[in-house]
Design a protein around this ligand. Structure first.
Ligand code: ZN
Length: 245
């Protein structure tokens, strides 16, 4: 059976001399694995089209459960010369997020759109890298069944307070009067508004807000804690990121 799809390469593994097994994030089928044969012999055009962080149009043939790449044309390559080590580390972390959250038929399209936009803003350096990381982490959580409840204080329903408190264990919010757990994370209004925007905004508005660089780093630490706790996964790419920054 033959099929064509646009997909992002989120993992590659060498298989012997010339073959590679690549993992693709597709719009329609979520994550699939496909063999890219003869990487040594095929033209460089297809070689880069099947490399890590390439967004390409793939022609695939399917036999049983095995996909094979028959043709690949690059649409956008994110593994560019523009990539410093921090950008690369965050890009690879985005790929690991895809592998861990395993988008399915239902949310794969939204997932792919999110990752592609985040990679674009990240590699074009249009925004603070840690703000892009925070947006990606929290929005992935929101579309994958790990959506925190950020509308109001979970106890009394207060919407606004100078400081709100976030519990990463159950994704709940508390106002300063109701907060009893000292391990809850304090959020100033900038952080609170940013988190609400990331979770509740329409996709077209998702990236159109700014926070000061200092707050972007704090925000990124909070969303990372939430992701790591909720998934109970040791991200190897996060270790890499924390080593290089
Ligand atoms: Zn309250």
């Amino acid at each position: 059976m033959k099929t064509a799809t646009d997909a992002l390469v989120i993992k590659e593994m060498r298989m012997g001399e010339a073959d590679r097994l690549i993992t693709l994030l597709t719009k329609d089928s979520g994550i699939i694995k496909a063999y890219a044969s003869g990487a040594k012999n095929i033209k460089s055009k297809r070689g880069s089209a099947t490399g890590l962080l390439s967004y390409s149009n793939f022609s695939l043939s399917k036999k049983g459960d095995t996909y094979r790449v028959t043709e690949a044309t690059p649409i956008k390559l994110f593994f560019g010369t523009n990539s410093d080590i921090e950008t690369l580390a965050i890009s690879q972390y985005f790929c690991e997020l895809c592998l861990v959250f395993e988008p399915n038929d239902e949310n794969a399209e939204e997932f792919l759109r999110l990752i592609l936009n985040s990679l674009y803003f990240l590699t074009e350096k249009k925004k603070n890298a840690f703000l892009i990381k925070a947006i990606t982490e929290l929005r992935i959580a929101a579309i994958s069944g790990y959506c925190p409840s950020l509308v109001a204080c979970g106890e009394c329903g207060t919407f606004e307070d100078d400081i709100m408190y976030f519990n990463i264990v159950n994704g709940a919010l508390f106002c300063s009067k109701c907060n009893e757990d000292t391990s809850n994370i304090p959020l100033n209004k900038t952080l609170m508004n940013a988190m609400r925007h990331i979770v509740y905004s329409q996709f077209k508005d998702l990236y159109s807000f700014l926070v000061p660089d200092g707050d972007a780093k704090i925000l990124s630490d909070i969303t990372e804690k939430y992701i790591v706790f909720q998934t109970d996964h040791k991200f190897t790419t996060l270790k890499f990121l924390n080593d290089v920054r």
